[in-house]
Structure formats: structure tokens, C-alpha cells
Design a protein around this ligand. Structure first.
Ligand SMILES: Nc1ncnc2c1ncn2[C@@H]1O[C@H](COP(=O)(O)OP(=O)(O)OP(=O)(O)O)[C@@H](O)[C@H]1O
Ligand SMILES: [Mg+2]
Length: 239
């Protein structure tokens, strides 16, 4: 092994250990914030509540980051967990959309889900990882959208694939950057200017998982107009 490969391996091991160790205390903080906000420890003074909500959201951001780091280290170590089970893709999209709705509403963003009339048969896939994929793409569509923007999600089925398309009316991506987005830590300048919330890991995870299943991701974008992400999910994903 070359010196740089050894260093990469050590870095991945460190990320893996650190993110594992951070999960437990962050989880305990989350649990306590949720108890506090539900008044389980008594009524919270009016002045304190917004502070607690801010802390809670920072805690959730840290959990998301640590989970992304853990996924990255698993991908890089070739030990991605695979627990395939029957999954109704449209139902999964509906539940993720419901979870992130509050985040979208805060910025006046509306979402539309367009599913085919004929139900799509369940596929056998690791739904935890598919959730990660969809959460990452949908959270980008919110984060890089404009205030009062729109997000449309379309699901279509062909013989080989379920095609999930997420369109937003956001800041768009510079053409020269599109092919670099799925590499680790890459963020476009216009995205960095819009928000410092983001580490450039989400799409790397999305691409790795989709390709492991035998599918692909395509990104099209017009600067200042919006972005369209196509996820081709095989109807019979590789195990
Ligand atoms: N819908 C989108 N509209 C505009 N730019 C986008 C969109 N989705 C992704 N990008 C660009 O691709 C980059 C990489 O996206 P990715 O999801 O990997 O990372 P991130 O959103 O910056 O951070 P995180 O790790 O929290 O997801 C973003 O920083 C942004 O430059
Ligand atoms: Mg992202």
C-alpha cells in the first residue's frame, strides 16, 4: 500500500470511530431536548423556549452530519450495511416529505408529489439507505431553493427502473460544477454563498448507494432557475 493510501485508510478509520462515539451523546441530547420541548420536565419559561428550539435544531444538524460521516466511512471501507426488505417507494417518499415539511414551510416553499395512478409494486431494497438517499436529495431541493419556491417530485416506472425526479426552483448549479458534485466535500460557490449549512457529503452518499444498486443519478440545472435530479432506481436492485 502506498503512503497516501495508508493515510486515507487511517483518516477513514478515525472518521468511523469519531462518528460512532459522537452518536450516543448526540442522541441523548436529542432525547432530552425533545422531553424539554414537550414540557415533560415542567413548563418552560417563554423566554427560554426559542433558545431551546435553536439548540435542538443545531443538535439535529450535528446528528445529520455525524450520520453522513458514518455512511461515508462505511462506503470507503467497503462495509455498507445492507438489509433489503419490501419497500413501497411512493409511501416512503410521502413519509419523508411529511417529515421535512416544517423545514420547507419555514421558507415558504411548497411541495408537490406526482405519483402514477397505477400503484408501483414494492421493490426489495434497504429502505434505511433509500431513506438517506431521498432525504439528501429533498433536503438539497429545500436548502438551495429560493424563498417561496416550489419542489416537484415525480415518480414513474419503466420495465427496469423506478425513476424519481426532484425539480426545484432554486439557485441552480454552475454548468462546470455539475460533474464534480458527487465527489466528497465539493460545494459550488453559489451554494456556499447561500448557506454555510452543508458539508458536501450528501450527493456522494446518494451516488454511491444508487450505483451499488445498479442505478444512476443524473443532474440537470440552469443557474438562477432551478435544478432537476433524476434517480434511476432499479426495480430489482443488486444486493
Ligand atoms: N438542488 C440543488 N440546487 C443547487 N445546488 C445544489 C443542489 N443540490 C446540490 N447542489 C450543489 O451540490 C453541492 C453538493 O451537494 P451535497 O448534498 O453533496 O452537499 P451539501 O448539501 O453541501 O452538504 P450536505 O453534506 O449537508 O448534504 C452543494 O453544496 C451545492 O453546491
Ligand atoms: Mg446536501
Amino acid at each position: 500500500m502506498t503512503q497516501s493510501a495508508t493515510q486515507d485508510k487511517k483518516a477513514t478509520e478515525f472518521i468511523s470511530i469519531a462518528s460512532h462515539q459522537l452518536r450516543t451523546p448526540l442522541g441523548s441530547m436529542r432525547w432530552n431536548f425533545e422531553m424539554l420541548l414537550a414540557n415533560e420536565y415542567g413548563k418552560i419559561p417563554k423566554k427560554i423556549k426559542p433558545v431551546l428550539v435553536t439548540l435542538y435544531h443545531s443538535n439535529l444538524r450535528m446528528i445529520r452530519l455525524v450520520n453522513n460521516l458514518l455512511s461515508i466511512s462505511r462506503i470507503d471501507q467497503g462495509r455498507v450495511v445492507n438489509n433489503p426488505d419490501k419497500c413501497d417507494v411512493c409511501e416512503l417518499i410521502k413519509s419523508i416529505a411529511a417529515e421535512i415539511q416544517a423545514e420547507a414551510q419555514k421558507r415558504g416553499i411548497t411541495g408537490e408529489l406526482h405519483f402514477p395512478k397505477k400503484p408501483i409494486p414494492a421493490i426489495v431494497i434497504d429502505s434505511k439507505r433509500l431513506t438517506e438517499v431521498l432525504q439528501n436529495v429533498l433536503s438539497n431541493a429545500i436548502k438551495y431553493n429560493k424563498s417561496n419556491g416550489l419542489i416537484k417530485v415525480f415518480v414513474k416506472k419503466s420495465r427496469k427502473y423506478i425513476l424519481i425526479t426532484v425539480c426545484d426552483t432554486g439557485i441552480g448549479i454552475p454548468q462546470n460544477d455539475i460533474q464534480k458534485l458527487c465527489t466528497k466535500f465539493y460545494r459550488s460557490d453559489n451554494a456556499t454563498a447561500q448557506t454555510n449549512e452543508g458539508t458536501g457529503l450528501g450527493l456522494y452518499i446518494v451516488k454511491s448507494y444508487i450505483e451499488q444498486w445498479g442505478g444512476k443519478i443524473e443532474i440537470k440545472s440552469v443557474i438562477q432557475k432551478g435544478t432537476t435530479v433524476h434517480l434511476y432506481l432499479p426495480t430489482d436492485p443488486k444486493k
